[in-house]
Structures are given as structure tokens and as C-alpha cells.
Design a protein around this ligand. Structure first.
Ligand code: PEP
Ligand code: MG
Length: 302
């Protein structure tokens, strides 16, 4: 089997009827790049930047972050690298943030909510990201979005940082795509409006399942109820895809569900443009995509 999969290296993720799907990788640290390259990943669809914040005993500096992002961008050599801004809080805690203990951390001050509440933390990360953008094809993605105003505020901060860096004479890429995670039901319901604000969507099915079904993703004894195949979740993904395409932007999936072979046909039927999976899942997924003829797929029963 490994030899069969190895033969797929260098081949396109193309369906029998000629549709191309981007198959990217999820990574948690720059060390994972080796596996991405070995498995012929087309890009990084989700670089969870939390490791930078969880490994030390204080906030990572702008320079430390810059070095990490630059390394990833350079090693991916022009292939797209989507770096997600800080998604701490809830399950992932760092003491030096001094976050209050919360009754419902999954619904608390996490991810983008921390960044918009503590702009200096956000600005440090964004400065590092824009500086690194000169060294490859970096895109920035924001987690846990629920509202259009959040995205407008984020874009305002990004514009300010670009202006600041330009003033300082720091080199940057001309275009740095901005995207959001679709991982709350609110983001799905607002996806028509949100799609007009950003360059791409990426569905976080882990959180989207948790919030749609009101089932704790880390809960004990809830396996039967944490059903990512639930039609409610799949309809959410379909709706986000329709609204993304109406607005002319692309949409991917970076949650665990992206690698679920039982759903590859479903995702292609919905027109999903990108699947971001663990490096070891790239070639099996390529094999599945290459065996599908989307013109003969039964209509979605959702
Ligand atoms: C998700 O929620 O599906 C996701 C990709 O993000 P994380 O698992 O890091 O919350
Ligand atoms: Mg998530």
C-alpha cells in the first residue's frame, strides 16, 4: 500500500472529470514541515500558532514569532501557508495570560476574543506575520469568528499594522490573504456577509460540531452524541460553501472531518475547494479524489 501511495507523489489531486482540489496539511510546529514535504502536501491549510504561546513561560516576542513563521514560509517555498492567529483559552491555557477561571471556557474568552480584548498581544503576532510574509506565501486566518464587526475590526488593525511596517521600511508581500474559520453556527448563518469581507473560509469541524450539537468536544461519555456526520453539521458546511462561492471566494475544511474518507464525495458535491489534513492523510486522500467522478455523484440528500 505504501508503494502505491508513494506513486501518487507529484500527481495532481484531480477527479476523473478534471476537478482539482487543494490538499493541504495541518501542522502544530515548524518541525512538522518535514512530514508535509515527505507526503507532498500542497500547502499548509492550518498552522496552529498556539505552540509558540504554550511552550514558554511568557509571551513569545515579535522576533521569536517572526523567525518561526519565516522558517515555515521559506521551507514551503512559495506554496500557501495559512497561519492561524492565537487560539488559546478554553482547552489550551497559558498561565502568564492570567485568564480568569471560567465556568464555560468553550464559550468564554478564547481565541479572537482574547486578541480583540488585548490588542497588544494581537498586534505583536500580526506584525510578526506581516514581516514573515516577505519570505513566502503567507495567509492569515482568524479563529472563532461569530460577527461581521469582528472581521471589520481585525481588518482595520491589519491595515494599521501594514501602514506602520511600510513606514518603517520593512519588506512585506503585496498581498496577504485574510481568511476566517467557520466554526460557530453564527459564522455559518452570517456567511453571506462574512464572505464579502475576506479572501477565504476554512471550516473547523471540531468546534462547529461542538457548537452546533451543543456537545463538548472533550466530553466524557458523549461519543454517540458528538456526531460530526450529523445532517445539522453537514448542512452548515453546505451553506457556508454556497455563500463562499456566491461571493467568489474559496472554502476549505481544516477540522478532523476533512480527512474522513466517508465524506470525500459529499464534500466534492458541495464544491469544497480545499481539504487540510494531517500529513499522513494527504496521499490516501489524493487516491480517493482521483477515483471520484463528480459528474456521476448522486445528488446530496441533506
Ligand atoms: C476545529 O475546530 O475544527 C479546528 C480545526 O480548530 P481546533 O481543533 O484547533 O480548535
Ligand atoms: Mg477550532
Amino acid at each position: 500500500l505504501k508503494e502505491l501511495l508513494d506513486q501518487l507523489k507529484g500527481k495532481p489531486n484531480e477527479t476523473r472529470d478534471g476537478r482539482n482540489v487543494m490538499v493541504y496539511c495541518n501542522i502544530g510546529s515548524p518541525a512538522d514541515i518535514d512530514a508535509v514535504l515527505q507526503n507532498d502536501g500542497g500547502g499548509i491549510g492550518l498552522f496552529r500558532s498556539e505552540f509558540l504561546y504554550l511552550q514558554g513561560s511568557d509571551y513569545p516576542t515579535e522576533d521569536e514569532q517572526f523567525e518561526a513563521y519565516k522558517t515555515v514560509a521559506e521551507r514551503m517555498g512559495g506554496r500557501r501557508v495559512i497561519i492561524r492567529t492565537l487560539d488559546i483559552g478554553a482547552d489550551k491555557q497559558a498561565d502568564y495570560f492570567h485568564l480568569d477561571k471560567e465556568e464555560n471556557p468553550a464559550m468564554g474568552l478564547r481565541a479572537i476574543r482574547i486578541c480583540l480584548t488585548r490588542p497588544e498581544v494581537f498586534r505583536t503576532q500580526l506584525r510578526a506575520l506581516y514581516r514573515a510574509s516577505a519570505y513566502g506565501k503567507i495567509a492569515i486566518m482568524f479563529p472563532m469568528i461569530t460577527s461581521v464587526w469582528e472581521v471589520q475590526e481585525i481588518k482595520r488593525i491589519c491595515r494599521n499594522i501594514r501602514a506602520e511596517l511600510t513606514e518603517e521600511g520593512v519588506p512585506m508581500a503585496d498581498k496577504v490573504e485574510l481568511g476566517i474559520m467557520i466554526e460557530t453556527p453564527a459564522a455559518v448563518m452570517m456567511s453571506a456577509e462574512l464572505a464579502r469581507e475576506v479572501d477565504f473560509f476554512s471550516v473547523g469541524t471540531n468546534d462547529l460540531t461542538q457548537y452546533t450539537l451543543a456537545v463538548d468536544r472533550q466530553g466524557v461519555g458523549l461519543d454517540r452524541f458528538f456526531d460530526a456526520h450529523h445532517p445539522a453539521v453537514l448542512r452548515m458546511i453546505r451553506m457556508a460553501a454556497e455563500n463562499a462561492h456566491r461571493a467568489g471566494i474559496w472554502i476549505g475544511i481544516c477540522g478532523e472531518l476533512g480527512a474522513d474518507a466517508e465524506l470525500t464525495e459529499t464534500f466534492l458535491s458541495m464544491g469544497i475547494d480545499e481539504l487540510s489534513v494531517s500529513p499522513s492523510a494527504v496521499l490516501p486522500l489524493r487516491s480517493a479524489i482521483r477515483s471520484i467522478d463528480t459528474t456521476t455523484l448522486a445528488p446530496l440528500e441533506l
